[in-house]
Write a protein that binds this ligand. Structure first.
Ligand code: NAP
Length: 243
């Protein structure tokens, strides 16, 4: 039986919420009446997201660099205290890197793994005690089609998203018996700053809109049934996805 969850007043933490896909997810979940903790490095971009929801007073703006332990500790201190718990975690923050394999430095490799794979691992780990007290505990990890394939000049990015997919699948099995749902949403090229910087040759036409990804994330969070969805891939029509 497919059950629709009433998300009014439920609480979500969204990473990378200052723009792109993260902002679109925030705006979509705000429409459902959720209270949101919005995190990212850039305070002003987070404040803008909060304002765009039309309910800035229900939004918590938490500037943080997810590769810094103190920043992560501060987020969970506030979630467990002032925010009074957590129902949904959206691991969206991430970075891309377009570079030939041999030119990719080990510092770049460590950085991309830290934000795309290690940070979501830690955030899942830290969220579980809070999610266990929720009626609709859900984690949505924003992966990528590169979690499945290899694309030229994306070895480090692909490694990080493959790692995220592996973690998602294993964790989903581990916590499913407790009613905690863990999903990965893997889009192809979405028209955001990430793409505008990495591929300035591409135009908006034919690209996936951040709102399309947000709609799927909202669906995953809103619906519960006996069937479990582990991953959704979203490809551009007629294109070999590049991201
Ligand atoms: N765009 C695409 O084509 C595409 C396709 C597949 C998957 N994705 C994935 O979608 C997710 C969102 O990307 P996007 O396209 O929306 O790009 P974006 O606009 O560049 O968003 C990335 C977000 O990650 C945050 N972030 C990066 N490093 C961080 C750090 N160390 N600590 C905290 N936050 C950090 C940024 O925050 P600040 O701005 O505050 O620094 C930014 O808001 C990423 O995981 C990306 O890999 C994107």
């Amino acid at each position: 039986m497919l059950k629709k969850v009433n998300l009014e007043g439920k609480r979500a933490l969204i990473t990378g919420a200052g723009g792109g896909i993260g902002r679109a997810i925030a705006l979509r979940l705000a429409e459902d009446g959720m209270k949101l903790a919005l995190t990212g490095r850039d305070y002003s971009k987070l404040v803008r997201t909060a304002a765009l929801t039309g309910r800035p007073l229900d939004m918590l703006v938490l500037p943080a660099d997810l590769t810094k332990q103190k920043d992560v500790d501060d987020i969970f201190h506030i979630l467990g205290g002032h925010f009074k718990g957590l129902d949904v975690l959206v691991n969206n923050a991430g970075m891309a890197l377009n570079k030939p394999f041999e030119e990719t430095t080990m510092d770049e490799y460590d950085r991309i793994m830290a934000i795309n794979a290690r940070a979501p691992f830690e955030l899942c780990k830290r969220s579980l005690p809070l999610l266990r007290q929720s009626e609709c505990p859900t984690i949505v990890n924003i992966g990528s089609v590169v979690a499945h394939k290899g694309y030229m000049q994306q070895s480090a990015y692909a490694a990080s998203k493959h790692a995220l997919l592996g973690m998602t699948k294993a964790l989903a099995k581990e916590v499913a018996p407790e009613g905690i749902r863990v999903h990965m949403l893997s889009p192809g090229g979405v028209y955001t700053d990430m793409v505008k910087i990495a591929r300035p040759d591409l135009s908006e036409e034919g690209m996936i809109a951040p709102e399309e990804v947000a709609e799927l994330a909202a669906w995953l969070i809103e619906h519960r049934s006996n069937g479990v969805i582990d991953e959704i891939q979203l490809h551009r029509v007629g294109k070999e996805p590049f991201l």
